[in-house]
Ligand binder design. Structure first.
Ligand code: HEC
Length: 160
């Protein structure tokens, strides 16, 4: 008995082509979404900082001028990608997100020093260390983009 298997196979093949085309199309649509106003980052690079870097203290922590100096440096070197107020652009992610704000100063210093070159974040080891710490002070002074406002006073009613 002879089943026209070839015909069936060709028919199936057609479906595979359709599925392939659909996948390709989905891929194109997904990539187009990369044109969003801010570049996406999973902020995972900071988790790779060695412990000795994470625990490093910001020597300028109590320097009242560090934030203002860092602001100027940020505008000059970083705003092109991260935006004037670190809100993010299509070239660099926002630095006002919890992942960055909750990172230790030492972690941020480490990241700025080493960059994430393969993902478009340059190395800044050429900036003098005090300037890198000023940048850290500035980043740390920022308020998160989406403030979790829960500053309601405790509303326990007075008993007497
Ligand atoms: C050419 C564009 C560009 C410039 C200029 C730039 N960055 Fe970035 N930066 C990026 C990109 C892209 C990432 C995301 C890297 C990733 O995906 O991990 C990033 C990530 C970061 C992060 C960590 C957040 C994360 O995504 O993990 C910090 C902190 C940061 N940058 C600070 C700075 C500072 C401070 C400067 C200026 C000295 C600066 N950047 C200049 C592109 C840039």
């Amino acid at each position: 008995m002879r089943i026209p298997a070839a015909r069936i196979d060709r028919h199936r093949g057609g479906w595979w082509w359709a599925a392939g085309a659909a996948l390709l199309f989905t891929g194109i649509v997904c990539c187009a979404q990369d044109q969003m106003p801010t570049k996406k980052s999973d902020y995972s690079e900071m988790t790779k900082a060695p412990q000795s870097a994470v625990t490093r203290h910001n020597p300028l922590e109590n320097d009242p001028d560090a934030v203002a100096a860092g602001d100027k440096l940020f505008e000059r070197h970083c705003s092109e990608c991260h935006g004037k107020t670190a809100e993010g652009t299509k070239k660099g992610p926002s630095l006002r997100v919890p992942d960055v704000q909750q990172a230790s100063p030492g972690t941020l210093f480490w990241l700025v020093t080493n960059g994430v070159v393969r993902r478009g974040m340059p190395v800044w080891s050429k900036l003098p260390e005090p300037q890198r710490w000023q940048l850290v002070s500035y980043i740390k002074s920022l308020t998160p983009a989406s403030p979790a406002v829960q500053s309601e006073g405790n509303s326990s009613s007075p008993k007497d």
